[in-house]
Design a protein around this ligand. Structure first.
Ligand code: THG
Length: 654
């Protein structure tokens, strides 16, 4: 019975092994050892188990606590290039068995040795659409099964270049563990290039947000691409942000080309010096080497590390979402999380038209424009009655995930459409939305998706009450939110910080007696929800509040409503960013009237709704006539050409 590697890592810093590839090359094996499959080092566990065992032994002998299996490329997709995908499970089992045998032979009660199941990135990146989620999950699940069969102590999803690929491998491990009834910790190391990001452009902080969605990921770290020096900045960030244990496996320096071959120049002393610094300053829990690191490097490292307890870190973990590029905090300092509303078939005629015409480049341009205007996240909705949303979501999100830097909020009433989008997003998305309209059924459909794809979620305060499904009073909004909170966090194991409540906005434009208090109740609802569940967030689809009114009225009402919602704790809003006026810039009379409407302050002979509309009707009909004529020609032309003003055109031209 092996000790649990995670428990041991809490007690002392572990040293893993060095490069497998570099070591294998020193044997100069003939092509016949590869069964004719040139460059397929993964086959060696079958053809030359003795050589693979020797490499593991070379690291255990000098004191490594753990070795990783010779399975870097042993997934179905990579093996299919050699016609060997049917062997995937077998090769992984054999590889784990070889390492297991060596580990057991070296284990003592004081120093147990471990087998880490290596799962490399493969040769195709899903974010670049070279393969897809389902193919990757299938490919990695078979690998994970084999590693479990052979007795690995942990999975190492390593050398990650694309977080979407990492997520698929993590899920594959989880699926295989569930299928085989075993539980192993998952380690995940990402590769940050000299550019400072992962290959597809992911920043360290974004990688952390996406990976930390998964509780099964116990250890996060960095490996490959560079030496320790180039990693140090990223490790500092990892140490400051991540609440997981940390693993670092650098190359022996940046590769230099010598005689056309990569050469790694970092000495054992230098490697050991850097890595002990990471242990002492950044609180790293395990170290080892990647390309170019030999048993000599690891020997020095084992001596330098000795036996020491990891230092206690206090990471600053803030709720965030992410795109494949960047992390975005759910709580913005001095602002609110701006969710662009226009990439929505129900929210923009233009978006709907472009979607129906299949104008993907222009749909991307609409998304980009919103980001340029200040959107932190984009709401994406392709729902359209009578159309299959799955291919539409695939078309839009396939490009948005790559071409837009902002994280996405996937908005659909269909779980299948949401899942199609989630399969394309390497970042951490927000799903919009769940509610209790059909009871708990939708939760059972959506919550597993949130966990599988690592997403946060908007929850609407709607329940199954056929009379009053949408909560219209603060009391009911709070009661439904609390019921949702308990279901989602307790039954489905989703974090409270991944829950964003939408207390629902309705238009204040009807003038119906029944609708007069909708604004006040929503604002009071947000206050109570945030007080009762401070770890959760609050959002509104802001523009709903002014449906039916003219654009200039909408702008003022939306902006004033947003101001008051933020005062009571609103964190986020789905908006048209350029349509929001700073509160202090709004004309006092307009502001007061909008507030009277929102807070239902009517008096005899005074209806703020009519009053507000009236303020703008006047402005509308007189604006052109009364506008002061700009003095210079440039301004006048702008007025004529851009704004299409024709009043007094003849006079002006003479
Ligand atoms: N809560 C949550 N999600 C939501 C909403 C919500 N998603 C959809 C909607 N409500 C929020 N999005 C919009 C988007 C656009 C408009 C209103 C809400 C809008 N559009 C203009 C119109 O219809 O007049 C512009 C039309 C056009 O350009 O063609 O008002 O409440 N969770």
């Amino acid at each position: 019975m092996t000790d649990n590697i995670i428990d041991i890592m809490r007690e002392r810093v572990l040293v893993f092994d060095g490069a497998m590839g570099t070591s294998l090359h020193t044997f100069d094996l003939p092509l016949s050892d590869y069964d004719g499959h040139e460059n397929c080092v993964d086959i060696l566990v079958k053809t030359r188990p003795d050589v693979v065992a020797k490499v593991h032994r070379s690291f255990f002998e000098i004191g490594s606590d753990a070795v990783s299996t010779n399975t870097f490329g042993a997934n179905k997709i990579v093996l299919s290039d050699f016609g060997l995908s049917d062997l995937a499970r077998t090769l992984n089992r054999m590889a784990a068995e070889i390492a297991r045998k060596e580990a057991d032979a070296f284990s003592t009660p004081d120093k147990p040795r471990f087998v880490i199941g290596s799962m490399g990135p493969g040769t195709r990146l899903p974010t670049l659409r070279q393969t897809d989620w389902d193919a990757l999950v299938d490919s990695y699940t078979e690998q994970a099964r084999g590693l479990i069969d052979g007795g690995a102590d942990a999975f190492l999803v390593e050398t990650c270049q694309d977080i979407l690929q990492s997520k698929s491998a993590i899920i594959a491990c989880t699926d295989a563990m569930e299928e085989l009834g075993r539980e192993l910790p998952i380690f995940c190391t990402v590769t940050i290039e000299t550019t400072g990001t992962m290959l597809v452009g992911t920043e360290m902080a974004a990688a952390i947000v996406a990976l930390e969605s998964y509780d099964a990921v116990k250890v996060i770290g960095l490996n490959c691409a560079t030496g320790p020096q180039e990693m140090s900045e990223h490790i500092r960030q990892l140490s400051a942000l991540s609440d997981r244990m940390l693993l670092v496996q650098p190359n022996a320096g940046l590769p230099q080309l010598v005689d056309g071959k990569p050469h790694y120049a970092l000495t054992p002393d230098e490697l050991a010096k850097w890595l002990t610094e990471f242990i002492e300053i950044d609180g790293v829990n395990a170290v080892g080497g990647c390309c170019g690191t030999t048993p000599a490097h690891l020997k020095r490292l084992v001596e330098a590390v000795g036996t020491r307890k990891p230092i206690v870190r206090e990471p600053k973990r803030e709720p965030a979402v992410s795109s494949i590029y960047q992390a975005v905090a759910m709580r913005q300092d001095n602002s609110f999380l701006i969710v662009g509303e226009r990439s929505n078939t129900n929210g923009s005629r233009k978006f709907k038209r472009l979607l129906l015409e299949g104008e993907i480049d222009q749909l991307v341009a609409m998304g980009r424009e919103q980001v340029a205007e200040g959107a932190h996240v984009l709401d994406v909705c392709v729902d359209y009655v009578g159309r299959d949303g799955v291919p539409d979501m695939q078309m839009v999100v396939g490009r948005y995930a790559q071409d837009i830097t902002a994280p996405l909020m996937l908005d659909s009433t269909e779980p299948a459409v949401i899942e199609a989008g989630l399969k394309l997003c390497g970042g951490k998305c927000i799903v919009n939305s769940i509610n209790l309209e059909d009871g708990e059924k939708r939760f059972d459909e959506i919550c597993p998706l949130l966990k599988r794809y690592g997403a946060a979620c908007v929850a609407l305060t709607i329940d199954e009450d056929p009379q009053a499904g949408m909560a219209k009073t603060a009391d009911r909004k709070l009661a439904i939110a609390q019921r949702i909170h308990d279901l989602v966090t307790k039954r489905h194991g989703i974090r409270a910080s991944d829950l964003i409540f939408d207390a629902l906005t309705f238009t204040l434009a009807t003038g119906n007696e029944d609708d007069r208090r909708l604004g006040v109740e929503t604002i009071e609802g947000i206050r109570r929800i945030k007080e009762a569940m401070p770890d959760c967030h609050a959002i509104l689809g802001l523009s709903n509040v002014s449906f039916g009114l003219k654009p200039p009225v909408r702008k003022v009402l939306n902006s004033v409503f947003l101001h008051h919602a933020r005062e009571v704790g609103l964190d986020s809003a789905i908006v048209h960013a350029t349509g929001i006026l700073p509160y202090y810039k709004i004309d006092d009379k307009q502001k007061k009237t909008a507030e009277d409407l929102i807070f239902d302050r009517r008096e005899d002979g005074y209806d703020p709704l009519m009053e507000l509309i009236g303020l703008f009707t006047d402005a509308d009909s007189t604006s052109s006539k009364e506008r002061k004529k700009p003095a210079n020609v440039e301004e006048r032309l702008k007025l004529r050409i851009i704004e299409g003003d024709r009043v007094g055109l003849d006079a002006d031209l003479t």
